[in-house]
Design a protein around this ligand. Sequence first.
Ligand code: UDX
Ligand code: ADP
Length: 468
Amino acid sequence: MKYNIKNICCIGAGYVGGPTMSVFAKHCPDIQFNVVDINTERINKWNSQNLKELPIYEPGLDTLIKKCRGKNLHFSTQVEAKIADADMIFISVNTPTKVSGFGAGKASDLKWIDKSSRQISKYGKSGAIVVEKSTLPVKTAQTIEEILNSNNNNKVFKILSNPEFLAEGSAINNLEFPDRVLIGGDDNEAINALIEIYSNWIEIDKILTTDLWSSELSKLISNAFLAQRISSINSISALCEKTGANIKEVSLAVGSDKRIGEYFLEAGPGFGGSCFKKDISNLVYISNYYGLKETASYWQKVIDINNWQSNRISQIIVNTLFGTVSGKRICILGFAFKSNTNDIRESPAISICRDLLEEGALLQIYDPRVEKQKINQELSKFKNHKDKSNGDKYWIILNSIKEATQNCDAIIVITEWNEFKDIVWSEIAPSMRHPSWVFDTRSIIDVKKAKKHGVNVWSVGNGSTNNK
Ligand code: UDX
Ligand code: ADP
């Protein structure tokens, strides 16, 4: 069957669905794109006339929304109606790690996938192509296919896997100029229909086609390999600190070997984001399921090192501040898991703040993009710190570097936002308590400038400079 795709529905208006459909809409003016979500507040934000209110921050996204919204790009909560109209349906719902039940803490929670598959089965047109976009454990496509085609109204759906490789903060660029597009499936006509859409802006030789399972597994493994590089370099950052070497120099020298490559070798507080930990946990889970204990424990170590890195940094902070942060004011610069996003999922800021709160610190937090309510919600999960009855808050969220550093004993740089690279120490240092410290978990601070203004510096992986 030759497809003529004129109407596309994307279920899930999140960090993946929103930017992806915006780029599609820009390049495919003859196709109508309907992005649907059950979250009314999120949809209202997507429809806001004030583009600063879009629910996610992503450089370049506002321009695309301005260009396409209301023309061939629409956001709504009419999930069932838009599914019914669609020739092609992308599933782009959330798949977080399970918090309870079988596989808790390891396997993905597929309840949203299950629900949207049932909705497609009930309301979708027979013959529609269903594209799995969310990051999923291997063989989920098979589950979706079974749900879709087990209806009792003789509908038939074609299923494709088309994993997303966009990184937050550079999503639009990644979607415009991908290294590759991967399409997995066993129906050539359906695959060709998706290739036709992508070929509006992507050279054909960048579009790889494969079977469903290889496609799903490739996505998991791509993320696992990227995360593994970060754990590798973070493990060496600790060695640099002990031996007096500098991790930046080591990364440069190592990454200059073309076989290794220069990317993803920046030491930091540990990887965050919605994908890496979840994907590796899935990899560990399926490896154990198939009895591959060595494979499972090898990849588990990547997560262990990641937890160890943020925990080790918390300990260094406490130890350096004379073994106690109780009652001390600590400024947290950055709460997003990386720069250029307002996403805090799995951000190392969460575990570092938790450790410091448990040690009795008073946190003064500033992030240029993360909504205050999101930070409050996250930190309130640590129940010991809910009680603010003594009138003194355990954390406070402020609007600028200047406000957040006022009267603090130490600054912790957690996200690599540009404005933190350019801190004007002559303005900040005088308002800090003495001895003053900056703990730079991203190695972005100009050590000389900070020290010139009397601020001691600890910088990740920097064995030669750390407070010497
Ligand atoms: C990742 C993958 O890159 C992307 O292909 C996939 O589709 C989704 O998961 P994302 O999580 O958005 O994207 O961001 P990424 O740039 O990969 O960063 C992940 C984490 O690793 C961040 O916390 C980042 O700060 C950290 N990181 C990255 C490092 O600590 N060092 C590095 O060198 C690179
Ligand atoms: P991602 O980073 O994968 O895009 P998000 O959590 O940002 O994840 O977005 C996923 C979106 O999917 C959420 O806004 C959520 O409300 C939406 N969603 C989940 N299940 C459904 C469903 N059955 N129908 C419509 N939207 C859904």
